[in-house]
Design a protein around this ligand. Sequence first.
Ligand SMILES: Cc1cc2nc3c(=O)[nH]c(=O)nc-3n(C[C@H](O)[C@H](O)[C@H](O)COP(=O)(O)OP(=O)(O)OC[C@H]3O[C@@H](n4cnc5c(N)ncnc54)[C@H](O)[C@@H]3O)c2cc1C
Length: 420
Amino acid sequence: MAENTTFFDIIIIGGGAAGFFSAVNAARLSTMKKVAILEKTTKVLAKVSVSGGGRCNVTHACFENRDLVKFYPRGGKELRGAFSRFSVDQTIEWFRARGVELKTESDGRMFPISDRSETIVNCLLSEANKYNVEILLQKELQKIEKIDDKFILSINETEKFACNKLIIAAGGNSKSSAYDFLLKMGHNIIPPVPSLFTFNIPGNPITELMGVSVEKATVKIEETTIETEGPLLITHWGMSGPAILKSSAWGARALAERNYDFFALINWLHNRREDDVFEELKSSKTIYNAQLIVNVNPFHLVKRLWQFLLFKNGLDNELRWADLSNKQLRNMAHLLVFDRYHVIGKTTFKEEFVTCGGVTLNEIDFKTMESRKVKGLHFAGEILDIDGVTGGFNFQAAWTTGWLAACGSIESTLKMEELK
Ligand SMILES: Cc1cc2nc3c(=O)[nH]c(=O)nc-3n(C[C@H](O)[C@H](O)[C@H](O)COP(=O)(O)OP(=O)(O)OC[C@H]3O[C@@H](n4cnc5c(N)ncnc54)[C@H](O)[C@@H]3O)c2cc1C
C-alpha cells in the first residue's frame, strides 16, 4: 500500500443519518475493527439537524411492516424483508437504550420528547465517540478502485484511504454526475429526480384563498394513475399539504417527464361520487329552498372555499337554493369532485425533499445491503433508489439499511440484545 494511504477495516462514505447508523453499529458490534466516516463537507448530520422543522421526525408509529412499505413510492417491495430484520420497533428500542425517548403525534409521526433534533445528533455523535469511529471531514470521495480484496479510495491525487469493507451512504443527489464513481464500479443508476414538492398554480384565483385547508381531499393527476388523499392546503403559490406531497412522491418521475406542467383534479369532498353529490344538492334545494346558496353549505367546506366554488361555477351570491336548475346543480356536483387546475412548476416543501432514483435495487442483497456486483461493497440510505413520503419514513429507511449494512460488513446478524 502506498505511503500516503490510510487504512481502516471499514470505511463509510457520508456522514448523514445512514452513514452514522452504519458506522456506530459496525464499530460497536465489532470493537476490534477500525471504522471511519469520510464526509465531504465541514459538518456531519446536517440534514438530521434541520429535519422535521428542527425537531427530527425520527420514524413513524407504523408497526406492521406490510403497512409500512406502502409509504415508499420506490423501494417498498425490497424494504419488506429489510424491515423484518430492523423496523420501527427496533429504531425506538435502539434510541431508548441510549436514553432517547420518542413520542408519537396524532398523525403517527415520532419525534424525540425533547422536540429537538439536537437530541438525535448528540446521541449519534456520542455513540461514534464511545466506539472510536473516526470522523474525517472535507474528504470527498472521487474514485474507488478494488485491488485484490481491498478498496482504494481517492480523495485527490495524493490523499488515499484503503479498507476491507466499504459502505456508501452518500445520500441522494439531483445531479446524475454525483453517481459517476458508482457507474465505474459497474452499478446502474436510476436517473435522479426530486420528490416531495408542492404544486405551483400561477395566476389562478384559488391562490387568493391562501391558508384555507380541507381535511380530506383527493388529488388525481390527469392522464396518469396517480391518486392520493389527505389534508390539502391552499398556499399563495398553489397547493400543498399531505395529499399534494404524496402526489409529488408517487408521481415524481411522471411529473418530471411532463416538466412539471400537468393538470390536477381535486375532489374537495374526499371520495364522494358525482352522482351522490348531485342527489345531495337536490335534497339541499328542497330543504333550504328560500335560503341563499352562499349561506348554506351542505358539505361543511370552509366558507371562503364554498364561495369561491360557487363563483367559479358562475352562481351569483344572491341566488337562493330554490332558484337553482338541475343543470346548475349538476355542474356544481361536477366541480366539487373534479375541480381542475393547471399546475406549472413546483416548490420545495419547507426545504424538505428527497431524491427519487439512485442505485438500482436488484443489484443489492437486502439481507446485508451488499452489492451483488462487488463483494465487500455495501449501500445504505438515500443513495439507493428508495424514498418515502413525509412522516419519518425516509429516516426509517436510513436506520434500517444502515443497520443491515453495518451487520453485513462485519458479517454478523441481528440479535435483539445487540440493540442495547
Ligand atoms: C430539510 C430536510 C428535512 C427533512 N426532514 C425529515 C424528517 O423529519 N424525517 C424524515 O424521515 N426524513 C426527513 N428528510 C429526509 C432525510 O433527511 C433523508 O432521507 C436522510 O437524511 C437520508 O440520509 P442519508 O444518510 O442517506 O443521506 P444524507 O443525510 O444526505 O447524508 C449523505 C452525506 O454524504 C455526504 N457525501 C455525499 N457525497 C459524498 C462524497 N462523494 N464523499 C464524501 N461524503 C459525501 C453528504 O455531504 C452528506 O453529509 C428531510 C430532508 C431534508 C432536506
